[in-house]
Design a protein around this ligand. Structure first.
Ligand SMILES: C[S@@+](CC[C@H](N)C(=O)[O-])C[C@H]1O[C@@H](n2cnc3c(N)ncnc32)[C@H](O)[C@@H]1O
Length: 269
């Protein structure tokens, strides 16, 4: 995964396993409580500049790897027609509770099955670093290409190697009256895989009992050239890599993070 100044009280790495059951499921509440609201304010200038400013009101937008729906909420507030997809059933359940009218689907981004075509696909908060093999990333890009209208836009951000360079082996702890969260991470520069251990204790309300949730989530670090080549091979055009700072992200969120913007091909079957 990547180096992150956690919101607002924890420093963490995030990632997830390439399995049919999401490694976010067990710690979905922890993700939603501790980090879900952190990304958007910092990333907003980039999303505004690279995507929102180019979309008409009412555009059809796919929120790919939507998590517990905090970016989805913003898309809805902007008047877009939104579909949101994630492979964590638990995160989708939280999102659905908070945004009952939205079309949420539990799907793997590598195997998108969508009947409609979109003006834009957005995938935020280094979600695509959670795709652990380059071939999987290629499948995601092919599925996004199929899901876009001709000329539609695809925007996502990913962490490059610099983002994984922080030493986060010590446990970072977040304590509140009802929960205790612990996070630590490690990055292997040979395999380029980041591994994050998460432990979350939640007070149950009965006899001061605490329930423990544990998970290990993984992220894969790709090079900028691998990502650009995979986009081009998937048929995207006008492919650009925009450094966070150039996209207007000034906080630590931008450290080692790059925004990728690509247009769907115009000629479609
Ligand atoms: C760091 S979270 C970001 C969530 C959301 N985009 C946000 O900005 O809050 C990464 C998300 O990617 C999702 N994810 C990881 N691998 C996935 C896959 N293969 N298919 C669909 N979603 C996936 C996780 O479940 C998680 O919700």
């Amino acid at each position: 995964m990547r180096r992150v100044q956690a919101p607002p009280r924890v420093t963490l790495l995030l990632g997830m396993a390439n399995t049919s059951i999401s490694s976010y499921d067990e710690i979905a509440g922890m993700y939603h409580e501790l980090w879900a609201d952190w990304y958007l304010p910092a990333a907003m200038p980039a999303l505004e500049r690279l995507l929102f400013s180019r979309l008409p009101h009412g555009a059809c937008v796919l929120d790919l790897c939507c998590g517990s729906g905090h970016v989805t909420k913003e898309l809805v507030a902007r008047g877009y027609q939104v579909t949101a997809v994630d492979n964590s059933a638990e995160l989708i359940a939280i999102a659905q509770r908070n945004l009952p009218g939205v079309d949420f689907r539990v799907q793997d981004a590598r195997d998108l099955q969508l009947e409609k075509r979109y003006d834009a696909v957005l995938s935020t908060f280094d979600s695509l670093n959670h795709i652990l093999e380059l071939d999987g990333l290629r499948r995601v890009f092919a599925g996004v290409q199929r899901s876009l209208k001709p000329g539609g836009l695809f925007l996502f951000d990913m962490n490059l190697e610099e983002a994984y360079s922080a030493d986060l082996r010590q446990w970072a702890v977040d304590i509140s009256d009802t929960s205790v969260g612990l996070v630590r991470g490690v990055f292997d520069p040979i395999s380029k895989m980041a591994r994050t251990e998460l432990i979350w204790f939640v007070r149950t309300g009965q006899d001061n009992l605490w329930r423990q949730h544990r998970s290990v989530v993984k992220q894969q670090c790709y090079s900028q050239s691998e990502i650009l080549l995979a986009l081009t091979e998937a048929g995207f055009r006008g492919v650009e890599a925009v450094q966070s700072r150039d996209a207007g992200v000034v906080s630590e969120l931008g450290f080692g993070r790059v925004f990728f913007l690509a247009g769907a091909s115009v000629q479609r079957e």
